[in-house]
Design a protein around this ligand. Structure first.
Ligand SMILES: *Cc1c(COP(=O)(O)O)cnc(C)c1O
Length: 369
């Protein structure tokens, strides 16, 4: 048993009685497919993010894929994205038939937007920035570049619910933004689920068609789509949790500040930049550590369940070898894989657990100064 465990799901859903009561009422209605709870969740999610539309889909991966399809990304196109993302971003791009074109990240774990222009070609059909770990990509710099080249931006906001720059939220900068409701995400349900936000009426209409086989009514197909609907049952869980989203976010930010204050005093730990005016929502709490592998083992041995997000850069994965990238192509991403370490940062952690984790790190380096 870890003293500081990574997964908080047993605590989060320790008392499911309200959800189960809601399900008891719902099940006899038989309204399972795009039912009333889905519409309600979509309205509340759009209100939460501050967009005109939100469209519930089968997963965060599908949210990204449908977002790309909505701006006509398809076979032979290129989509620029971050080299250090989770596989789902690349999977979504590849599922459209397009090729992912990677750009290296910076120490905020997001795409280095200064390198985007060099990656644009005549085949570039979209840019998919990833607001990785809950940091925002520098959208103030990215959007003018995209606009100058006439390239639509679809945001991967799967880890960045309620992150913002100057109050403008993740998912609202591009033409559309995809979110995940996966159990490990900040706003989570009991299985897979995703949602896409947009302010564009035509894109919203297309997304609604794309998620439901392209059916405009029972008998007519407007375009070739997918079976990718948010389940009514999961929407019920989402409707129960969504009022807590602001509190979850605040707690994660407070936890990160507590870690920063403690770990920041340890010379062998480097805290990533904390830019003013940007709200980082700490889906992951990551710092850079000297002698990382030994620290990792020390933490695990002392009951702190740390993780590495991720130990092998995506572009060097065997399953992606056909994209033709090679070791050394993305030096910052590569450096991160040897320096990063993630600590639990969720809303169910006690301050004492964070202090304990900090002590464990301090003890590891003690005597090494
Ligand atoms: C979780 C995640 C996704 C995909 O979400 P799923 O709901 O698991 O399909 C996409 N991109 C990033 C960065 C993620 O973290």
């Amino acid at each position: 048993m870890f003293k500081v465990r990574y997964s908080y799901l047993p605590q989060q859903f320790a008392d499911p009685s309200e959800i189960l009561e809601e399900l008891r009422r719902f099940v006899p209605t038989g309204d399972f497919t795009l039912g009333k709870p889905v519409g309600e969740f979509e309205r509340r999610f759009a209100e939460l993010i501050g967009t005109k539309h939100a469209i519930g889909v089968g997963s965060g991966t599908d949210a990204l894929k449908l977002g790309l399809r909505a701006v006509d990304v398809g076979y032979g196109d290129e989509v620029i994205t971050a080299a250090n993302t989770f596989i789902a971003t690349v999977g979504a791009i590849a599922e459209t038939g397009a090729r992912p074109v990677f750009v290296d990240c910076d120490d905020t774990f997001c795409m280095n937007v200064d390198q985007i222009e060099a990656a644009i070609t005549s085949r570039t059909k979209a840019i998919m920035p990833v607001h990785f770990t809950g940091y925002m990509t520098d959208m103030e710099k990215l959007m003018p570049i995209a606009e100058r080249h006439g390239i639509p931006v679809v945001e991967d906001a799967c880890q960045a619910i309620l992150a913002d720059i100057g109050g403008k939220r993740a998912g609202t900068w591009g033409i559309a933004g995809g979110f995940s409701l996966h159990p490990l995400k900040n706003l989570n349900v009991w299985a897979d689920g995703g949602i896409i936000v947009t302010n564009d009426d035509a894109v919203a209409t297309k997304l609604r068609l794309l998620r439901n086989h392209g059916l405009i009514n029972r008998d007519e197909i407007e375009l070739l789509g997918y079976n990718s609907r948010l389940d009514s049952v999961q929407a019920i869980v989402g409707n129960w949790l969504i009022p807590s989203t602001h509190d979850i976010t605040k707690k994660r930010i407070a936890n990160a500040a507590r870690y920063d204050a403690g770990l920041g005093q340890i010379p062998q730990i480097r805290i990533p930049p904390r830019p003013r005016g940007k709200q980082v929502v700490f889906h992951l709490y990551i710092v850079f550590a000297e002698d990382r592998d030994a620290l990792f083992k020390h933490c695990v041995d002392h009951g702190v369940e740390v993780k590495i997000h991720y130990p092998i850069p995506l572009y060097q994965q065997r399953g992606l070898a056909h994209f033709g990238y090679k070791a050394g192509d993305f030096p910052v991403t590569d450096r991160h894989t040897t320096e990063i370490i993630s600590f639990p940062c969720d809303q169910h952690l006690e301050p004492e657990q964070i202090d304990y984790a900090i002590d464990v790190v301090r003890n590891f380096y003690r005597g090494k100064n």
